[in-house]
Design a protein around this ligand. Structure first.
Ligand code: GMT
Length: 381
């Protein structure tokens, strides 16, 4: 098939998932057209059947806010017409679902019919999407999608609670390429971070408030009192200065490494002994799944879709939001004794296998085929 994928090209989970999906579909022989404003960060190598179409947003003195949504719809129209696109799959509802709707309507006027799929990722529903400045457009455009998917059962239920959705939402969980993430740690890299063989604790995110990174630091502080450890903080965002201050206040600057945004996450996950994700909400927690695939157990909050991937006492633990003491004691339980730690590691890998790319990507392919066949009965192409 010729598949158009629209996503955010940044380090966020929705863009990562969309890019990994596009690469997997290309590996299976489909031709994938990414439509976005920048080269997606995980789209690093060249493949003949992956094409990238940049959305240009011309500025004009009148525009305090250049109209990205219109530019995106026009680019979709152009890509669909000139590349014989079979379907458009948009990731993250805002503004991708409404741009897709607009593109579909324009194409219909030219007797070209293209089905659209919207995959909901989390904050497009639970945070930004429910804001009343966006909500009517979000609800309308989701309902106009020919198929809707959500990355967890929790997000599906949240969507029904938040909006009046008239269609079925199919849950297709996020996935990970277990073989790619099951890397041997690079010894030299481990040595630099943990010269005295301390445990390495990892957190990776976009450093937004919802991630509660101050809790990551506090949990680490308590863990480090009992189990000598180092904390690796990957990513960047608005909370970083606050977290740097906290690390200094707690006299932890020597124990914490802020490495910023990173491309090669497989190598970083490979050195991690534990992944911390004490977020206020996670629709799924793709980073936690990637950590598990690399053999790192996860201590997180019991929110959103995290209970769909973490089995307490098996591959990690979950605590209540803000309960730093509880999460620290879970981290200590996992890391202090080698046999227990090795069991958690093995279980983390096993659990990740349930969400392996080979199991989940066919679910998207099946959805595409059904949609394409049904849609075509109604007169596409
Ligand atoms: O976590 C973020 O803030 C980024 C966000 C995104 O849209 O890129 O991630 C969301 O989508 C990911 C991929 O489906 C999920 O794994 C994350 O849990 C979800 N984030 C939230 O729900 C806060």
């Amino acid at each position: 098939m010729n598949i158009g994928i629209v996503c955010y090209p940044t380090f966020g989970g929705s863009g990562v998932l969309a890019t990994e999906l596009g690469k997997a579909l290309a590996d299976k022989g489909h031709t994938v057209h990414f439509i976005t404003y920048q080269q997606p960060v995980r789209l690093t190598e060249f493949r003949a059947n992956i094409l990238y179409h940049e959305v240009r947003v011309p500025t004009y003195p009148l525009f305090d806010y250049p109209p990205y949504e219109s530019a995106l719809s026009s680019t979709m129209v152009d890509v669909v017409k000139n590349n014989d696109i079979d379907l458009l799959h948009v990731h993250y509802a805002i503004p991708h679902a409404s741009s897709a709707y607009m593109a579909k309507k324009i194409l219909e006027k030219e007797n070209k019919y293209v089905p659209t799929i919207t995959t909901l990722h989390g904050t497009d529903i639970t945070l930004v999407g429910r804001d009343k400045t966006y909500a009517p457009v979000v609800a309308f455009s989701i309902n106009q999608s020919d198929a809707i998917t959500a990355v967890s059962e929790n997000l599906k239920q949240e969507t029904y609670k938040t909006f009046k959705i008239e269609k079925d939402i199919e849950v297709i969980h996020n996935f990970v390429d277990v073989r790619r993430f099951a890397r041997k740690p690079i010894d030299a890299f481990r040595k630099v971070i943990a010269p005295n063989n301390e445990r390495i604790v990892l957190h990776a995110s976009n450093f937004r408030k919802i991630k509660r990174i101050e809790d990551v630091v506090k949990i680490f502080n308590k863990l480090n009192e009992i189990v000598p450890s180092k904390l690796l903080l990957v990513g960047d965002g608005p909370e970083r200065p606050v977290i740097e201050d906290l690390a200094r206040q707690l006299n932890l600057f020597e124990e914490i490494r802020f490495v910023g945004k990173q491309q090669n996450m497989e190598e970083i996950f490979a050195v991690a002994d534990l992944f911390l994700l004490p977020s206020e909400y996670e629709s799924f927690g793709l980073s936690a799944l990637e950590a598990m695939a690399a053999g790192a157990p996860v201590v997180a909050t019991n929110v959103g879709g995290l209970p769909e991937i973490i089995i307490p006492g098996v591959n990690g633990y979950m605590g209540n939001i803000g309960d730093v003491d509880q999460m620290a004691s879970y981290a200590i339980d996992i890391l202090k004794e080698e046999n227990t730690f090795q069991k958690f590691k093995e279980n983390a890998r096993k659990q990740a296998e349930k969400f392996d790319i080979t199991r989940i990507v066919p679910q998207y392919e099946k959805l595409y085929e059904n949609l394409y066949n049904n849609f075509c009965k109604r007169g596409c192409k």
